[in-house]
Design a protein around this ligand. Structure first.
Ligand SMILES: C[S@@+](CC[C@H](N)C(=O)[O-])C[C@H]1O[C@@H](n2cnc3c(N)ncnc32)[C@H](O)[C@@H]1O
Length: 270
C-alpha cells in the first residue's frame, strides 16, 4: 500500500465510531457545562497552551468550540478582540457570566456549530484561529480547511494524544472497556494531505493533581464515565482512594500512572 492511497479522513470517521466517549449533541455539552468549567478554567493546561501562542496585543482571535472560555477568557485579557464560538448555549452562558464578572467587554460569543455557515453568522476572518479539544466532527478535513481559511496569521489546535485526559486505569478498575478513539496523528496527516505542514508540540500535564477534598477528587473522575451504575461508582471510589494521599486537612493529592497529554498543532499562514 502507498501512503497516498490512505484516506485519513475516512479512517478518522471509522475510528470515531468505535470510541467509548460518544458526545454528539450540544445538549450533552449543555448538561456538563458547569462541571466542565469548574474542572478546566484553572487547569494547568491553560498556561501550557498559552505559552505556545505567538500574538500581538492588537490581534483578534477566533476560538471555535470555546467551551466556558478556558482559553477565550485569558486571551481576552491580553488581546484586542476574541470571537468565541460554541454550539452549546450553556457553555457560552458560563463564559458570558465570567466575562461580565471580570468586566471583559472584548469577547463576542456566537452559538454555532462547525458545520454552520460562518459567513452568514458574520464571523469574519481573524488573525488567529484556535480549536482546543473541540474537533468533534465527522468531516475533519472540512473542519481543518475551514479553520485555516478563517485565520490570516496562524492556527492553533489542541488535540488528544492517546487517552488524553482519560485515565485508562480507571476504566480497568471499574470493569469497562475503554477505547479513546482517533487522536492527533489523524489531524497531522489530514493537514499534510491538505498541503499544510504543521508544527507539533506536546503538552504533558503533571500526573499528580491536588484537590481540596476527597469528594472533589471523586468528582474530577466521575465525568470520564457515562451512566455510572451504583456498583461502578463503588469501584471508582475504591480506585480513587487507592491513589489518593491526604497531605493536610484541605489538600488531597491524586496521582495517575499515565500523565494526561495533548498535542499542540500549529501553523503560520502565508
Ligand atoms: C472538551 S470541550 C473544550 C472547550 C475548550 N475549547 C477547552 O479547551 O477547554 C469541547 C467543546 O466543543 C464544543 N463542540 C463540540 N462539538 C461541536 C460542534 N460540532 N460545533 C461547535 N462546538 C462544538 C462543545 O460544546 C464543548 O464546549
Amino acid at each position: 500500500m502507498r501512503y497516498q492511497d490512505l484516506d485519513w479522513n475516512d479512517m478518522w470517521r471509522v475510528a470515531r465510531a468505535s470510541k467509548s466517549w460518544q458526545k454528539k449533541k450540544s445538549s450533552d455539552w449543555d448538561r456538563r457545562a458547569a462541571s466542565f468549567a469548574e474542572r478546566n478554567l484553572d487547569s494547568p493546561f491553560v498556561d501550557l497552551f498559552l505559552a505556545h501562542l505567538r500574538t500581538e496585543p492588537e490581534w483578534s482571535v477566533l476560538d471555535v468550540g470555546c467551551g466556558p472560555g478556558t482559553l477565550a477568557l485569558p486571551i481576552a485579557r491580553r488581546l484586542r478582540a476574541v470571537t468565541a464560538v460554541d454550539y452549546s448555549a450553556a457553555m457560552l452562558a458560563e463564559l458570558d457570566k465570567r466575562a461580565q464578572a471580570e468586566g471583559l467587554t472584548n469577547i463576542r460569543t456566537i452559538q454555532a456549530s462547525w458545520s454552520d455557515d460562518w459567513q452568514k453568522l458574520g464571523i469574519g476572518r481573524h488573525d488567529i484561529a484556535i480549536a482546543s479539544r473541540s474537533l468533534a466532527v465527522e468531516d475533519l478535513a472540512g473542519a481543518l480547511a475551514k479553520l485555516d481559511s478563517w485565520a490570516t496569521k496562524a492556527v492553533y489546535i489542541a488535540d488528544r494524544v492517546g487517552a488524553g485526559p482519560f485515565d485508562p486505569e480507571l476504566f480497568q478498575a471499574i470493569g469497562r472497556d475503554f477505547s479513546p478513539g482517533p487522536d492527533y496523528i489523524f489531524t497531522v496527516n489530514i493537514l499534510y494531505s491538505l498541503g499544510i505542514l504543521a508544527h507539533v508540540d506536546f503538552i504533558a500535564l503533571d500526573p499528580a493533581r491536588t484537590y481540596a477534598s476527597r469528594e472533589e477528587a471523586l468528582q474530577a473522575h466521575r465525568w470520564m464515565v457515562d451512566d455510572l451504575s451504583a456498583e461502578e461508582e463503588g469501584r471508582l471510589a475504591a480506585y480513587v482512594d487507592s491513589r489518593l494521599e491526604r497531605l493536610d486537612a484541605k489538600a488531597w493529592r491524586f496521582t495517575r500512572r499515565t500523565a494526561p497529554q495533548w498535542a499542540l498543532i500549529w501553523w503560520q499562514k502565508g
